[in-house]
Design a protein around this ligand. Sequence first.
Ligand SMILES: [Zn+2]
Length: 139
Amino acid sequence: MQLCIMFGMFYPQEAKGAMTMYCTQCGSKTSAGVQFCAICGQNVQATMQNDQRDRREFPFWIVGALVGATVGFLTRPAAFLVGQLPFGIVITGGSTLRGLDSLFVPVAQRSLGQMAAFAIIGGFIPAIVRKLRTRPESK
Ligand SMILES: [Zn+2]
């Protein structure tokens, strides 16, 4: 259905919801769900996918995830006596710690977990913001 809306401008919709599309190569009619154009053999599905890829927005979620991970890292829990652990130890979850240092493994794992959680939250924020901004203004 979303596809119908997306391509509605280019591929006029026919009655009863059946979608008629036109081959991007030769312009002849093809029906939705058909892989190749019957006239010229153009791969219609592939063209549609490319179209979608080109139209994809800038990946704000990656920026959000990076910001989230940074905030998560900066606010990571402090270990007893030594304070916040360095990035190299946090990112490996403390797996490189040996001997007495392995006491800090739980803190390293908690720090890593917090970074991951913040990254996930950060990744969702742009989508939420966009949803709020594009919400049709009723009333
Ligand atoms: Zn064709």
